[in-house]
Design a protein around this ligand. Structure first.
Ligand SMILES: [Zn+2]
Length: 278
């Protein structure tokens, strides 16, 4: 899958923290007076009047981002994709009711991108767009939402990071994430849905650390048996529940997978050649 480091100046990181959040509500967007214009060249994209430049960048990446999600998750989107782009962090936060520091969110079948993205490198925008499209795909396919959490948050965010080559990879290195896990600072991998309270479900971790650890664990699950992992994704895409699909397809418990993952990290930490893999 598409993995790369995204070079972002340290100063920029401090100002424009990457963020994606699962929506905590779905009504706020409908209350807004914000006016969006449809993009002439791509009617899947709407933008606030002063966000046209961002809209053009998003439009240039949208076909590839959609293709990436459909290729990696193995099924097409079942409904049209819609992306709305705000001119500022203020209007984004007012409409979506999420933090001004967040960069994007998916609510009720629409991807919303904050005006913050205009300060980001283009490939960062592409990663964010792809990440949010994974959420949209899962919502369309599974009905995943704040009110109907059918996937553990670590799995959904880890998968979105893995597919998109997400920005957490640029913020938290694998050795940093490994050290935190070894020190007991990690998310708890259970198979229950955990989207109701996003902060709690990050298990007290800073967002980038949570996303990075989740991506590493999901990538590890894929590495254990790529064929079975693909079968799991197909089962999810066809609307089967996570726990039942895991049990019937993977053939090992989540607890065992986590213990193996910890063992793998320990061996990597002992091998100096692997310390700075990313
Ligand atoms: Zn996300």
């Amino acid at each position: 899958m598409n993995k790369r480091s995204i070079g972002i100046p340290i100063q920029l990181m401090a100002i424009v923290l990457f963020g994606c959040t699962m929506a905590q509500q779905s009504d706020q967007a409908r209350k807004s007076n914000v006016q969006f214009m449809p993009m002439e060249s791509d009617n899947r994209i709407y933008y606030e009047p002063r966000a046209e430049n961002i809209a053009r960048i998003v439009a240039s990446y949208l076909p590839e981002s959609i293709a990436t999600v459909e290729r990696e998750l193995q099924r097409p989107f079942v409904k049209p994709v819609q992306v709305k782009i705000f001119e500022s962090a203020d209007s984004f936060a007012a409409v979506t009711d999420v933090s001004k520091q967040e960069w994007g969110v998916m609510i009720s079948g629409t991807v919303f991108l904050s005006g913050l993205v205009k300060t980001a490198p283009d490939d960062h925008i592409k990663a964010l767009l792809t990440h949010e499209l994974v959420h949209l795909y899962l919502q369309q396919r599974l009905g995943v939402s704040e009110r109907h959490p059918t996937l553990p948050m670590w799995f959904e965010e880890g998968l979105a990071e893995l597919v998109s080559g997400g920005s957490a990879m640029a913020m938290v290195t694998e050795p940093e994430a490994t050290r935190a896990i070894m020190a007991g600072q990690h998310f708890f991998s259970d198979a229950a849905g955990g989207l109701v309270h996003p902060e709690r479900c990050k298990y007290g971790l800073e967002s980038h650390m949570f996303y990075r650890q989740a991506e590493m664990f999901v990538a590890y699950l894929q590495s254990l048996d790529g064929t079975k992992f693909q079968s799991l994704l197909l089962a999810l895409a066809d609307g089967h529940d996570f726990e039942g699909s895991w049990r019937s397809i993977l053939g090992f418990s989540l607890h065992d997978a986590w213990q193996k993952f910890m063992g793998e990290l320990e061996s990597r930490a002992r091998d100096p050649l692997n310390k700075e893999r990313r």
